[in-house]
Structure formats: C-alpha cells, structure tokens
Write a protein that binds this ligand. Structure first.
Ligand code: EPS
Length: 390
C-alpha cells in the first residue's frame, strides 16, 4: 500500500517470542497513552466466540522508542507485544537450529509439524509459494495473531486523529444469519450500546441471537463469519484525491480492510445496495444552512465522493468469512505425499467478527492519519494544528 507519511512495518509469528512494529512519520508533540493502546488491545481479545488462545494472552504493549515523557519526539516509534504462549512453544519456534536436539525437543517439533492444508487458509498456496514443507511455517505468519500489533498502531493513529477532533468506532452488524435490523438513532448511542456488548452489537436482542448462533456453531464444531461497520466522524473535506487511482481514499480504505485475514468484501456507504437504487434515491442531496455550510439529510455515499472525504461521516462495512480452522474438518490433501486427508485442527476461534471490527477500525484510522499528514504536512503537532487552522 502506498503510505505517504505514516509508514510502518510489523514482524512476529503467532507463537513466536513477540509481535513488533516500527512506525515512522509521527510528528513531534503528540501525547500517546500506553493505557489507551492497552484498552484497545483488550477489546480485540474479548469478543464472544474467541477460543482458548485468548485465555492465555493478556496483550499489553511496550513502547520502546520515539516517545519521551508521554509525547512523540518525531523519531520512529517502536512497539512490542510479547506472546505469553511463547513459553509453551520455545522449542518449536526456536530461531536457532539445534545441533544436538534432545529427544524431547524432537518430539515437540514433530507434534507441531503439520502437512494437511486447511481449505480457506493460507496453508496450501503459502507452502508452494515459499517452498515450505511444514505448514507450521505458513501458519505462524499468516495467522491473524499479527493483527494485535496493528491494533496498537491504529490506537496511536486514533490518538493523533483525536487531536483534530476526528473520532471513530466500530460495531458488529451481522454474525452468521443474524443481522442487526434496528439501529439506535444516533452514532453516540450505537457506540455506547455496542461497547457494552461482548459481540459489539448495538441491540441486546440481536446480540442474544448472535451469541446463540455462535453457541450452535461451536457445538457443531463449525465456525461463523459476519459483517461489521466502521464509522469515523468530524473529518475535513478533501482527504484523498481523484487525480490518480492510488490516491482515492475509498480505494486505499478497501485495500486496508480487504487485507485483514478472512475479509471477503468491503463496502462504502450504501455499498452493494447502490446496484438497485435509482440515481435519485442514491445521491445525497445538498442543502445550505444559515452559516452557509453544506449539509445533507442522507449519507449513501458513506462520506466519500470522487475518492475524497466530503465532510460527512465515513462509513465502511466489511464482510468476514467463517474461520477456516474448525473441528468439523473438511476434505483436503496431505502435502507430504499428496494423499487424500482431513484438514489439520489444533484449536480455533468459533467466531472472530467482533475482534475483526476492532482491527478494521485500526486500519481505517491508519489510512486517515496518513491522509491527514499528506494534506497538512508539518513536523510537529503545533505546525499541523496551525495548518489546520486550529
Ligand atoms: C489463528 C489461530 C488461533 C487464533 C489466532 C488466529 O491461535 P492459536 O493457533 O494459538 O490457537 O486465536 O488469533 C490470535 C492468536 C489472536 O491474537 O487474534 C489463525 O490461525 O489465524
């Protein structure tokens, strides 16, 4: 993805020692609170339907550089989240090759080696692409575990956006066949209600039905996908651009969401419903108030026109497929000898849609900060605010 200003790289395996990130491009003077990052990390962990791994982890971030006395200095920011589960995997995930492995080590490594590709996972294509015979090598980096560090990066992005009054949230609108049909009237209410729910759903009755669907899938050894919505408000007009295809903000957001593991569709505003609406129903008519400001009564555009923010709330929907690791194992091929087999299963989440919503919120925040930095320029909060007219 073309990152203009707010660039980052992550590293880390699911059962390796830690998840790491280096973020570059954060101007000096922003107050960054570690406890806010940790609160976002906790939200990603708690969604109903998560599996045994989340009982082991208690994700907390350590800011290792780029922040002094709670404020950014303009230097690269280094983050680390330790994997607690690593203590159970030290032999299997060792970065050093053993010259004289013990019987015990060999037994453990053998136990965690697998060759029965899970349909729907990165296993098969990854093994061919990287010439890997142990699918463990594919699983470890392709795992959604890496989204933990992305949520930490997104939390920093959200803390930057907040300085400009830009705030956002996410909520779940569908799990399996259960859809949220009754939206509370305001975004504030949706946010408040969703935050109280362990499926991040803003309607209690729908949330009950969602939990029930997850319980049934769990009993059946199956998994469930769903849909979530990310909303950001108080955005300036003109983030993104129509001048080149890779500068359209909706295109950048789609890429950022689509590349979250298990995402199959991204929609902006009315999204796929735009196909059946007439032009006169789809487009959000413009009116002017006494202060000569434009306002609208609908937001089918989802806050984006011509690849740019238009001042309305940004509304992004994402569709997550059911997780491919499941007890009810599917037919597959054992890549060891190309024989028919059943897919590998260790343990799994039944549904991770609530967690995915938090990850998507982080990814949207990252794009918005990058676009804001591109628009405003500046090496410090003071300069940025001056450019913003604050
Ligand atoms: C994942 C498999 C599970 C999930 C994991 C994603 O982990 P494990 O293999 O340890 O049981 O819980 O998600 C996380 C660890 C997380 O933090 O989100 C996978 O294969 O993608």
């Amino acid at each position: 993805m073309t990152m203009k200003r707010f660039r980052f790289l992550t590293s880390g395996e699911s059962h390796g020692k830690s998840l790491n990130a280096i973020i570059e491009g954060v101007p000096a003077g922003f107050r960054i609170k570690q406890e806010i990052i940790n609160a976002d990390l906790a939200k990603r962990q708690v969604g109903y339907g998560r599996g045994g791994r989340m009982q082991i982890e208690n994700d907390t971030v350590e800011i290792k550089s780029g922040v002094r006395f709670g404020k950014t200095t303009g230097a690269p920011i280094c983050l680390e989240i330790k994997n607690k589960d690593f203590s159970n995997w030290e032999d299997v995930m060792s970065v050093i090759g053993y010259d004289y492995p013990t019987e015990e080590m060999l037994r453990k490594i053998e136990e965690k080696t697998f060759t029965k590709a899970r349909p729907g996972h990165a296993d098969y294509a990854g093994s061919i692409k990287y010439n890997l015979s142990d699918l463990r090598d594919v699983l470890e980096r392709s795992s959604a575990r890496k989204t933990a560090i992305e949520v930490a990066i997104g939390s920093i992005a959200k803390q930057i956006l907040k300085e400009f009054g830009i705030i956002g949230f996410s909520h779940v609108i569908q799990i399996g066949n259960v859809k949220l049909d009754f939206y509370p009237k305001t975004y504030t209410l949706i946010k408040e209600k969703a935050e109280k729910s362990d499926v991040f759903c803003a309607d209690e009755m729908t949330a009950d039905r969602m939990r029930n669907a997850i319980n049934i899938a769990s009993e059946e050894g199956d998994t469930l996908g769903g849909k979530f919505e990310v909303i950001f408000g108080n955005l300036p007009v003109g983030l993104g651009s129509y001048v080149h295809w890779d500068q359209c903000i909706d295109g950048r957001i789609a890429q950022a969401i689509m590349s979250i593991p298990a995402i199959k569709a991204v929609e902006i505003g009315a999204g796929v419903d735009a196909a059946h609406l007439k032009g006169s129903q789809m487009h959000d008519e413009m009116f002017v108030n006494r202060s000569k400001e434009v306002y609208r009564q609908t937001n089918n555009a989802g806050g984006v026109e011509g690849g740019m923010t238009n001042g309305e709330a940004l509304i992004v929907k994402g569709t997550m497929k059911p997780i491919p690791t499941m007890r009810k194992s599917l037919s597959t091929v054992d890549i060891k000898d190309m024989s028919p087999s059943n897919a590998h299963f260790e343990r799994s989440d039944v549904c991770a849609v609530p967690s995915c919503a938090i990850v998507a919120e982080a990814r949207v925040a990252i794009i918005l900060v990058d676009e804001l930095l591109a628009k405003l320029g500046g090496d410090s909060l003071v300069e940025m605010k001056a450019h913003y007219g604050m």
